[in-house]
Design a binder for this molecule. Sequence first.
Ligand SMILES: [Zn+2]
Ligand SMILES: [Zn+2]
Ligand SMILES: [Zn+2]
Ligand SMILES: [Zn+2]
Length: 734
Amino acid sequence: EQSLAAELGRYASPSDVASVVLGAATVLESKWPGIKDLLAAHLAAAVEPARDPAACAKCVQIVQGLGSSPGFASPCPAKGIWEVRDHVDSLLGAVFRDKTVLNGMGYDIGRHRWAKAVVPELQEESRPGIRGGRPNMRDDPNLIQLVKDRLDMFTQTSSRLCVKGPRSSHEWQVVRTLTKDANSIYNDEPDIFSSMSNRTLKRIMRKHLCQYKPAWNESDWCQYCFDLEHKICPQVAELVQDVRSRLAAFLPSYFEAFDTYAQREGLQESPGLHLRMLRHFIYFHERQGPCRAHSRQGSLPCGMASMRNAQSGFPQRQLLDLREAEIQINKELKAMSKLLDSYLFHRAVNAHQKPLLKTILDNPGHGVLSMLCDFKELITLPIMGKTPGEAFFATARMELSCFGCVLTESAAGSTQECPQAQKLYIILISDTLDHTCTRANHCIDICLRQRSSSVQLREINIMSDAAGHFRGFESLYHHCVKLVRDHQVPVRVHYGCEKHMKGECDELFGWMELAMKRAKQRKCEIKTMDQLKWWLDDYSAAMRAQDPSSPRMTVLVDTERKPQYGRRLLSNSSDFAITRTYSITAVPLAAAASRYGVRVYNNIFSSRPVWKELTSSLYDEPANNLEEPCRKGYYGSGRENWDTAPVPLNQSTETVLTKRQTAQERHLAQGCDIKYSRELDDEALQQELIKKTQRLQRRRARVRIKQAALEAKVRAHLASSSSSSSSSSSSSSE
Ligand SMILES: [Zn+2]
Ligand SMILES: [Zn+2]
Ligand SMILES: [Zn+2]
Ligand SMILES: [Zn+2]
């Protein structure tokens, strides 16, 4: 062996040795057939340990590549990746049976995954709990309820409609208008932002609470509140900035004390107070020590004379200029304060009245009747599945007015200790288009007749918006004199804040819109008031059959003539203005004791902070335009268009159409041969077909081009990789 090794060692390279040994074996083959195979087997057996896959370049490459599969490194991959990873883990586990070997080959696998790879039963256990990453918060009923509760705090009902659920469904629901945008709600509500992300909030709103929508346009919102936010607040901010820079030019640290105070008291949150305090601070800045109102520790630091006296180093020749600037600024701030405060007060009034009225309507108490009423915008008849063109429509339609009322009265089982209320929703349809006080009073009378409670009536509350047709002297006479006399109970009149009284009446009108929309979908033809009433009755009955908790609706058609009770009740009391009160109370009085048999009080707000008696200052006068007839909605001559009943024409019968045809026929060749089909006519169908075919062909051509390109790429890649792999294999085999 030694001598042979020495002999072979003389050759230049190992490959030369290999070929010499191979050549020698070939020569010996003639003497001992099979020696070559024997040699190969011995060589293979000697080399075997080196064929461990951990040392094989190809295996390392594959294993490392598998380890870096997309998503494998994630602690909680998506479900699909999770399953593939488990499969690969167990495959490699079965082949290598050693975690360190795998790690050494570049396949990152932790203890936990390795356990699952070796014991497949563990995989099944671990999967379902963490399937698909984090738990789905969008469908969590608790979160949905939380969001809904919060949104309800910042919404008002509207009469708009929106689709429920996915776009394609035809389920409609009444929209609730958000009075605050969703981002602010998210940021201001701690229990929302602590339990979900803003994105989750949006997702929940989109999927489950799509009826909460931002205001459609600015008129959905109060004009005052809109102006406050978009016009007045920016103006105030600008003025404050300007004032600060003007005064800081004299004394750079002018506002230091004020800013500390404002920060501490959170003045930024109440702009009205902030502005007033700022004005006070500036006006009294030159004073020696605080004013009497602010002498207490921790109150507004007014009176900062020390900042401008001779010892402070302030140039004394500027004293007069500074004072002049302060007086000028005081004037400007005063004017702005007045404007701002008036708008802020409007908001405060709404915040005050709204919950009061809601309580009165929802829980009026035993024996108390509450009604909330409003007019809806006009309805146009007919209501049909298809809307005909304008020309056809012009005289062929009719307008109706609609009055809505939510009436709450004591339910049958109600007692003094445990009052129970029942709500009745009344829709009053009429062809009388007037929206006057007289009309409103008449409608209220009709609604009051719908009372069904057996409980003794003890008080009436009438609530409405503050528009002229409810808050007028004629209403005052009707509510405070006529109703009190008729029913012999106290009557309280409540008005909502101007422009904000959108309440359950709107929900009622939304319901009505819903019913009319459904009528259109069903292709009903509603041409008269009675048909409209029947449809609404049917719809309401169907709704209640489906969901017994849905509101009780009563639809009335009013064709009564104009009532003749129109009188106006006025007061010559100097401090009474009807447009400046939201609540008036009238109490019955023994007829002999007073002219009207009532005692009338002005309470200003529904919380009744004051009782200003008006009884002695009252006088009345006839309402104007009593004789004037009501405006009535009616069909023009075009009404007949809806009632045509075409019949076959005999020889002698001529109609407008036949006469016209006779006169024009010879000028329009084959006019009567015109193709007409209810659906697309043939030509249009042909066009449509051609278009569709072309589109399909274009798409096919595109797909073919893509496929060819892909194939070419794969071929090129295979060619280059096979040449490189063959070179590498040849080099390794040598
Ligand atoms: Zn290998
Ligand atoms: Zn407002
Ligand atoms: Zn002061
Ligand atoms: Zn109104």
